[in-house]
Design a protein around this ligand. Structure first.
Ligand code: 5RP
Length: 264
């Protein structure tokens, strides 16, 4: 694993966003742990606080890969049913707009991510600035569908899109090499290439009505704050609930253990 000095600007942006966001976590909290490359930095940063400061937390992971990484980092992982309710969830996103509505699921974990985020007092998104959009939809919207009759479900989704306020209507089955991608719940992912989503709230409600659709990757009114990282180490914290925007520089040492103790 490279030392900080060798990190690309994008990785540095993800890292500083993660490093700042874990400052929201306090001992005694039950913490939702997101999935993806930015969330992986957050799990490492949290693990560092557990190890160095004795931070006492319980983590609920949004995927098996996050659960594995969290345990590796020394974070105690419990199920959502054991936790029942969470103080905070920190996760990445594929897109966010000015109201902090999101597209998630690029990493295929949208279902558990949405359940966990919704079960949290507070959801904080960590991201780099490239994910900020005026209107959601340039990133293909993932929807999770059950395997039974998925082609019929796909056809129904395509038919539904015709009457919705979107620019594109192509729907593709997500693949993992030669085989369909399989989620942690054993489902499939359809990616909706919409280009522009005129009414995200309506789309989310209508898509979820289609039999076979388990959940979609639109997170509407779920995210409370976003921590945007920049390649120069700066972060911007936008809190939509508090109506505040703050900028600061995240300090970190290039010899930080976090860059040297990883096996993945
Ligand atoms: C996984 C997600 C991720 O949070 C999203 O894809 C962003 O990932 P990354 O931080 O790797 O860009 O929704 O399902």
């Amino acid at each position: 694993m490279p030392m900080t000095g060798e990190l690309s600007p994008i990785d540095k942006a993800k890292f500083v966003a993660a490093k700042r966001a874990v400052e929201f976590v306090e001992s005694g909290m039950r913490v939702g742990l997101g999935t993806g490359s930015t969330a992986a930095w957050m799990v490492r940063c949290l693990g560092e606080r557990v190890r160095d400061e004795g931070l006492n937390i319980l983590g609920v992971a949004t995927s098996t890969r996050t659960a594995d990484l969290a345990r590796e980092m020394g974070i105690e992982v419990i199920s959502l049913d054991e936790a029942k309710w969470l103080d905070i969830t920190i996760d990445g996103a594929d897109e966010f707009d000015r109201d902090l509505n999101l597209i998630k699921g690029g990493g295929g974990a949208l279902l558990q991510e949405k359940i966990v985020a919704t079960a949290s007092d507070r959801m904080v998104v960590i991201t780099d600035v490239s994910k900020q959009v005026e209107t959601l939809g340039a990133f293909p919207l993932p929807i999770e569908v059950i395997p039974f009759g998925w082609q019929t479900t796909k056809a129904l989704v395509e038919e539904t899109l015709v009457s919705l306020d979107v620019l594109g209507q192509e729907v593709t089955l997500r693949m993992n090499g030669e085989a369909p991608y399989v989620t942690d719940e054993g489902n499939r992912i359809l990616d909706l290439h919409l280009h522009r989503i005129g009414n995200a709230r309506q789309l989310s409600l209508v898509i979820n009505q289609i039999p076979g659709v388990v959940e979609n990757g639109l997170f509407i009114d779920i995210c409370d704050a976003v921590v945007i990282g920049f390649g120069n180490g700066k972060v911007e914290v936008r809190d939509v609930s508090a109506g505040t925007v703050e900028q600061e520089l995240v300090e970190f040492a290039e010899t930080d253990n976090i860059f040297t103790d990883l096996t993945d």
